[in-house]
Each structure stands twice: as structure tokens, then as C-alpha cells.
Design a binder for this molecule. Sequence first.
Ligand SMILES: [Zn+2]
Length: 73
Amino acid sequence: MDRGSDLAKNKKPKHRLQKFRPEWLKNQLFKMWLMPNNFNEYEAYYKFCKQTIKSERIVLKNHALSKKHKAIM
Ligand SMILES: [Zn+2]
């Protein structure tokens, strides 16, 4: 990846955006801290990390396993 793939601005996704899935709220790994973003169905919100992020399973999972997240949990 070259330039700033983390930046929310300037995004040109090559794959389709995924919508938030209610089933994630039942997932053991996610349900403690995940919320839908009511303003954007393509985003999710992390209660504890106070962070908005793309609603993609892999992104959620990576976050759940991240040091930052574990430090807060
Ligand atoms: Zn978190």
C-alpha cells in the first residue's frame, strides 16, 4: 500500500463498501464494544475506543485483536 490507506478522506475503494451487519452484535468477539453508526450504515462505532471505522468484518476483527483495543479492554 502506498499513500495513506488509513485516511478516511481521499478514499477510492476498489471493493464494494459493506454495510453494518446486525449479526455482528451477536458475535462474542464484537458484541461488548461494537455499535452501529446510526449516521452511516457503512460504518461501525467502537464504544470503548470511541472510534468510527468501516463496517467490514476483517477490519472489526483486526481491531478486536489490536493492542490499542486490548489495552482499553
Ligand atoms: Zn476497541
